[in-house]
Design a protein. Structure first.
Ligand SMILES: Cc1ncc(COP(=O)(O)O)c(C=O)c1O
Length: 413
């Protein structure tokens, strides 16, 4: 079998470094994956596969870091986007698509009564914490250690350009440890505006952790008892667990909820949604951007959400994800290796049980990329509706070859 090479990706990256800071910014920089054994630039996509600039084709489990939920180039979503594009993409005002999309989300998600639209997840998580602060007239925001809520400075990710005052009112607790939340609530009694969580813990460079029984419900009670706004950041998991919101899947009710990735199958739109008591505070926060009202993305989102519901996509994705997780565990064991598969089946992740530094994961993912399967070594994966049984079977064949290479390099343990 001829293995993929990445010459054009490397060439283009060198050109990029001359005219773009770090060539590719943030988590899409090659340093975050497997430099030299991973594609850096994409060319086109169809279904669950995409091609990179070298012409290599992959069965993709990164899905653009989440947004591709139906599959690349989905005909229904593209037709809706094209129809809107013919009318115009951006105007002085929103189009009826904004109202239709807000109505659709309010119909779909019982916990919410209103929505405001942005472009990226970071827009809406920042807006949610501002809304919480405005509603409570307090300052502190509590978030789980290691959680990712976006690239804005309040999230204190990255090293450059931050000053302490950016995040001095953002405090961290330990996931699944309600006592660590309560300690902060007591310490900053009367000054905690909001608690922001993801529906389950999905940090990069770590196993995913589901909520312990009662953890999310305890947080709800803490928020009720202390008049704190409970914010669900469903940017990553939204519409991959339950169309009514991931809180339905885990049985709790947030006050504000943030959606983005799977809303529009790759079109840039995000939403901060909330229940009635928070609508006035939300309307007092200045929330806008040149493209926040762009209609093409909103038309795409309307079509994407309809498709997800109509085709019962989550059920199919759960089945495919379970097949992948079970299959990887067994294939690893057949090669004398132990792996941990964590997270829900639609957003699985794998680590090697004896791993300390991700070198096994990097070797595994790099070898998989050379064989046409894209599985990120440090970040959770995403299942799409377009993944079919034959794709999972092919993935497991490739995984078998890659586990054998890991076993040869690092030994069986
Ligand atoms: C849970 C979560 N919140 C917020 C964000 C930020 O979204 P964006 O990158 O679209 O700004 C992300 C992005 O990965 C995310 O996973």
């Amino acid at each position: 079998m001829k293995l993929n090479s990445f010459d054009k990706s490397k060439e283009l990256f060198l050109r990029a470094t001359k005219v773009i800071p770090s060539g590719i910014s943030g988590n899409k920089n090659p340093a975050f994956a497997v430099p030299g054994s991973f594609p850096y630039f994409a060319e086109s996509g169809e279904g669950c596969r995409y091609k990179d600039v070298d012409g290599n084709e992959y069965i993709d489990y990164l899905a653009g870091y989440g947004p591709i939920v139906l599959g690349y180039n989905d005909p229904v979503v593209e037709a809706a986007a094209d129809a809107q594009r013919k009318l115009g993409a951006a105007f002085n005002h929103p189009t009826p698509r904004a109202v239709e999309l807000a109505e659709k989300l309010v119909d779909l998600i019982p916990a919410i009564d209103w929505c405001a639209f942005g472009k990226n997840g970071s827009d809406v998580t920042a807006y949610a914490i501002q809304t919480a602060r405005e509603h409570t007239q307090r300052r502190k925001i509590l978030m789980a250690k290691g959680a990712y809520h976006g690239s804005q400075s309040w999230c204190r990710h990255g090293l450059g350009g931050l000053i302490e005052s950016d995040y001095e009112h953002v405090l961290t607790f330990t996931w699944n440890d309600a006592d660590s939340v309560m300690d902060l609530v007591k310490k900053y009694d009367g000054d905690v505006a909001g608690i922001i969580i993801t529906p389950y813990h999905h940090p990069a460079f770590a196993d995913q952790e589901m909520p312990a029984p009662g953890f999310l419900q305890t947080l709800r009670k803490i928020c009720d008892d202390h008049e704190i706004v409970f914010i669900l950041d469903d940017v990553r998991a939204g519409f991959r667990l339950d169309m009514k919101g991931s809180h339905e899947y885990f049985g709790f009710k947030p006050d504000l909820t943030c959606y983005c990735k799977a809303m529009a199958n790759g079109y840039a739109v995000s939403a901060c949604c909330g229940s009635q008591p928070f609508k006035n505070a939300a309307s007092r926060v200045f929330f806008t951007g040149t493209y926040y009202t762009s209609a093409v993305e909103q038309a795409a989102s309307l079509a994407c959400l309809d498709e997800l519901v109509k085709s019962n996509a989550i059920e199919h994705m759960m089945k495919m994800g379970t097949m992948l997780m079970d299959g990887l565990k067994k294939t690893a064991a057949d090669n004398g290796l132990e792996v941990r598969l964590t997270g829900p089946p639609t957003l699985p992740f794998m680590t090697f049980a004896s791993e300390k530094n991700f070198r096994r994961s990097q070797l595994f993912s790099g070898e998989a990329a050379k064989r046409g399967v894209l599985l990120h070594p440090h970040h959770n994966w995403f299942i799409m509706r377009a993944h079919k049984e034959a794709d999972i079977q092919r993935t497991l064949e490739v995984a078998d070859a890659c586990f054998a290479i890991v076993s040869k390099e690092f030994g069986k343990d």
